[in-house]
Ligand binder design. Sequence first.
Ligand code: GLN
Length: 384
Amino acid sequence: MSLGVADRLRPFGTTIFAEMSALAREHHAINLSQGFPDFDGPEHVKRAALEAVEAGHNQYARMFGEPVLNGAIAEWFARASGLAVDPDREITVTAGCTEAIAATLIGLVNPGDEVILFEPYYDSYRACVAMAGATPRFVPLRAPGWTIDPTELRAAFTDRTRAVLVNTPHNPTGKVFTRAELGLIASLCVERGVIAVADEVYERLVFEGEHVCLASLEGMRERTVTLSSLGKTFSLTGWKIGWAVAPPALTAGVRSAHQFLTFAVSTPMQHAAAAALRSPGSYFEGFLRDYRDRRDLLCSALTEIGFRLTPPAGTYFVMADHTPFGFGDDVAFCRRLTQEFGVAAIPPSAFYMDAELGRPLVRFAFCKRRATLEAAIERLRRLA
Ligand code: GLN
């Protein structure tokens, strides 16, 4: 018997994010791989965290979230979706969206069930489907445009489908699912009695089109678990505050797993998270404007250097085709880029079941200060 990793997790190895950030550190490369900002979250939110510690909010939080934060999430979700939710019965605070994904899948999916994922997919989805003992089914997002073929989507639904997981805006492609695409997904979920899991952590990072909350579509409120977090919208990825919003029957599943995974999340940070969600409108305007500038700066420079790409409609990632440089596959390309050019990026084959599909691609993160992006661009110019 092996003394190492359990069979169900062995196929996933070490996450590509940990691997590339370690390689970036080793080679003193500018890290455009793992998506975390190299700037801090807003001052008023940092102050709220210090004040919460000082005020003595330092013991276990309520299992499903501090009342002040559940209340702030209910207001936040109502603004995004137009839906009123009960803060105590329909919201669970988790250790980042990553725990929300795990708690949702472990708490609601049975061994032998199938879960539909769009490919490329965020890597933890597949690992959590495996931890739930379920089987993933993949529906490709086809380049260019990352479109869905309705026939392929329909064919992915079987008698064993328990859930479909939708990430909009989408990591790693930057796609923002259209209302029509979400409408098709919704109608299939309703027709087949399937649960939807909507990972909407990039909800405030939309440059083209509109963010549509899947739960807001006809027939979806009662069957959707909406996941989001503080990290991206407030540049506080290290705080690990996320949440799941779902009707009571689905919330029961999420909480049944959450209570045994983490039980509760950092108490003072929850108080500060409530202050973040109640930030003035001016914060969000500045946030989006700055990100649009970063996107435009990086995308036009990459295009000039010779990458082929379409600027992303959302998220803080851009997927580009690196094949004009002739460095081999995505893994070889990202290694050389980190070691010889001093810029780290993510090889997207980690996001595909069929790794071949990711080979021509590279993902850059632009959640970085202008000076960082400019320094990375200077280094990348040597590719041209
Ligand atoms: N969401 C981040 C990304 O896609 C990574 C988060 C993590 O490292 N687990 O880069």
